[in-house]
Design a protein around this ligand. Structure first.
Ligand code: B4P
Length: 187
């Protein structure tokens, strides 16, 4: 299965993908994780991405597409994948369509996890305490949510127009949300 997970930052995409990958037996490909890995390794891409991510802005489309293309070329992605954090704007939607058409792996389904902003701010504050991620401070979270509203929310309509989107309530326990997603995928 080729699945795109949509939803605001902190809405539970990464959390759900970690369980979905075992259930669906496909890799979880998070552009946020790939970028954080590049930052940590100090690669040229990581050096470019670091300040942008710390401000909560989007890294340039070409850079992100490049790391995604490399990741999708790995063997484990040949039978499907869960995309988390990509596409993040309409340009990335078009880029992804082009790439997936080229490698003959079109998206099967998109799941949009919906969580109110005040809950997101609480969740990210709690992750900040546990993990200390550089972009989890309150000011950056507000900007990430603004970027989401302005640039990423239209991605839901992009897949909606193709009739590929299931909308899932992201409130409740992690297992409850997981069960809702599996119910939507099976239904
Ligand atoms: P991401 O890594 O994608 O960060 P995120 O949107 O915050 O989602 P994440 O998956 O980490 O969190 P989750 O919702 O699971 O992006 C970081 C940055 O990278 C971006 O700001 C941007 O700069 C850059 N970037 C990434 N992709 C890009 C792209 N395509 N183009 C350009 N730039 C890009 O979880 C959040 C918290 O909620 C966790 O602590 C979790 O434990 C908790 N939680 C989850 N589900 C819960 C539940 N049901 N109940 C209670 N808590 C829950």
């Amino acid at each position: 299965m080729r699945l795109v997970l949509l939803g605001a930052p902190g809405g539970g995409k990464g959390t759900q993908a970690a369980q979905l990958k075992d259930e669906l037996n496909v890799p979880h490909i998070s552009t946020g994780d790939l970028l954080r890995g590049a930052v940590q390794a100090g690669t040229p891409l990581g050096l470019k991405a670091k300040a942008v991510m710390e401000a909560g802005d989007l890294v340039s489309d070409d850079l992100v597409l490049g790391i995604l293309e490399d990741r999708l070329a790995e063997d484990d992605a040949s039978n499907g994948f869960i995309l988390d954090g990509f596409p993040r704007n309409l340009v990335q939607c078009e880029m992804l369509d082009g790439l997936l058409t080229r490698i003959e792996q079109p998206i099967d389904v998109a799941v949009n996890i919906v969580v109110p902003e005040e809950v997101i701010v609480e969740r990210i504050a709690s992750r900040a305490q546990q993990e200390g991620r550089a972009d989890d401070n309150e000011e950056t979270v507000r900007n990430r949510l603004k970027v989401y509203r302005e640039q990423t929310a239209p991605v839901v309509d992009y897949y909606g127009e193709r009739d590929l989107v299931h909308t899932v309530d992201g409130l409740g326990t992690i297992d409850e949300v997981f069960d809702r997603i599996m119910g939507a995928l099976k239904g």
